[in-house]
Design a protein around this ligand. Structure first.
Ligand SMILES: NC(=O)c1ccc[n+]([C@@H]2O[C@H](COP(=O)([O-])OP(=O)(O)OC[C@H]3O[C@@H](n4cnc5c(N)ncnc54)[C@H](O)[C@@H]3O)[C@@H](O)[C@H]2O)c1
Length: 435
């Protein structure tokens, strides 16, 4: 156990699947832990050395740690009075409309707020329940009435029921988010005996990452099932297909293609998805995830186009025309759709792409661009300097090599970056009604 965590007293609020596992495992790591729950039955179970529900390995941990005096439980919120860190693990069930139910969270934080008057030492409140980004700032903090004694951090839980103790002790990911570095470090130090390095992020990122992970898991399962269903209908072994797909750890099971940015395009992805969906349709096989991929891509492209149309610019200089960097392939380039709409709405545009000289492209590539934008040749600049001297706003539609990037940024013009990971062109204030 780290010296920082040694001597830290921990309260766990909510002794459900997440809270009870967290409490027992943190006690097993050497911390002094008090579990607090309104449910007397759960509290009595823990006090009697029993797990309040079945989870492999949990009962033994509860029994051993209660016996060793490291784990206790109470129904009284006052039990957190002499603790340093409170982990909030109450339920956040779905409401009828799908929204997240925050009643348990509001109640427990209000209960904690009432104890603050008598409190002498600081408290770090770590929200482990799954909550939507902004909840800590907009729901939790206001309930604490700005008490200087409390710091709020987000510390989402990723354990899976059935292997929860193992997942806690061998975490695949540890995330702690907040703006108070001391509080963030203290919460991260609780896990320091484990073989994992903490990702220290912003409060909102920590809240969002839990949703991103669960959505990703759900999409992966549905993807495997849809590819599997189509494979089976085509008399192909689904297991063999997916196992082979997983062999590629560079493009498939890797961070590649998992960076937010611009829409995809090119001569393969759209064409092959269309063919796959067409064939599935003919087999009367509904594959909603795969069917929704091209519409999803079109929506993303439209967001970018709308943002460019909204720019207060008179002369737009577009960097990049091919569907990605280091190619001159223009087929199904999203930039071509962008240009079509900009030109169609009367915007003045010029384009520079380091790899596109219209004289040297030919075949289906040349036919595609001339069909879409017949007068493209008049819009292409042969040097970036020419483009920068003409435009009053730069739109980056392709990843730039460092030299080109420094020339573009050096021009001092406003830039809208469609390919960067921040998706600044999508950002807009969240209406209060959906918070
Ligand atoms: N179950 C999982 O596999 C899992 C995994 C990761 C994250 N999560 C998230 O963790 C959170 C907790 O999930 P869970 O499955 O442990 O929920 P749960 O319903 O099993 O447990 C919640 C506990 O909180 C207690 N509680 C409610 N209000 C309280 C209050 N005011 N004071 C004290 N105790 C109170 C309840 O009595 C209950 O025992 C949820 O946000 C969930 O989405 C769950």
């Amino acid at each position: 156990m780290s010296s920082e965590a040694a001597g830290v007293r921990v309260a766990v609020l909510g002794l459900g699947y997440v809270g009870c596992v967290s409490a027992a495992c943190l006690a097993e790591l050497g911390n002094r832990v008090t579990g607090i729950d309104r449910d007397e039955n759960k509290v009595n179970n823990v006090l009697n050395g029993l797990a309040p529900f079945f989870e492999p390995g949990l009962e033994q941990l509860v029994r051993d740690n209660v016996a060793a005096g490291r784990l206790t439980a109470s129904t009284a919120i006052e039990a957190l009075q002499d603790t340093d860190v409170a982990l909030v693990c109450v339920g956040t069930p779905s409401e009828k409309n799908g929204n997240l139910g925050l009643d348990q969270l509001r109640r427990v934080v209000s209960d904690i707020a009432e104890t603050l008057e008598k409190r002498k030492k600081p408290l770090v409140l770590a929200i482990r329940s799954t909550v939507f980004p902004g909840t800590c700032e907009e729901v939790v903090l206001p309930l604490l009435s700005g008490s200087a004694l409390v710091s709020v951090v987000s510390n989402p839980e990723f354990l899976r029921e059935g292997v929860a103790v193992k997942d806690f002790m061998e975490p695949s990911l540890l995330v702690v988010g907040g703006s108070d570095p001391e509080a963030v470090r203290l919460v991260a130090s609780l896990y320091s005996p484990l073989q994992v390095s903490a990702c220290l992020v912003s409060l909102r990122t920590a809240e969002m990452i839990k949703y991103a992970c669960n959505a990703f898991h759900a999409v992966k399962i549905s993807f495997a099932n849809e590819i599997g269903a189509l494979s089976a209908r085509l008399n192909v072994d689904p297991g063999e297909v997916m196992a082979t797909l997983c062999e590629d750890t560079r493009l498939n099971i890797s961070p590649t293609y998992l960076r937010p940015g611009f829409a995809f395009g090119g001569s393969c992805l759209p064409k092959d998805l269309r063919a796959l969906n067409y064939r599935a349709n003919r087999l009367d096989l509904r594959l909603p995830l795969l069917e929704s991929t091209l519409p999803s891509n079109n929506q993303h492209l439209q967001r970018a186009i709308d943002a460019v149309l909204d720019l207060p610019a008179r002369r737009l200089g577009i960097i990049g025309l091919a569907f990605k960097e280091n190619t001159d392939d223009l087929r199904e380039s999203p930039v071509v759709s962008l240009l079509e709409q900009l030109i169609g709405k009367g915007r003045q545009v010029r384009i520079f792409d380091p790899h596109i000289q219209l004289d040297s492209i030919y075949g289906s590539n040349r036919n595609f661009i001339l069909q879409q934008i017949p007068h493209i040749v008049r819009l292409l600049d042969s040097s970036v300097e020419q483009l920068l001297a003409w435009c009053d706003h730069v739109v980056v539609a392709q990843k730039m090599p460092p030299q080109l990037a420094s020339r573009v940024t050096g021009a001092g013009l406003p830039i809208t970056d469609l390919v960067g990971p921040t998706l600044a062109y999508v950002a807009a204030p969240v209406p209060a009604s959906v918070r």
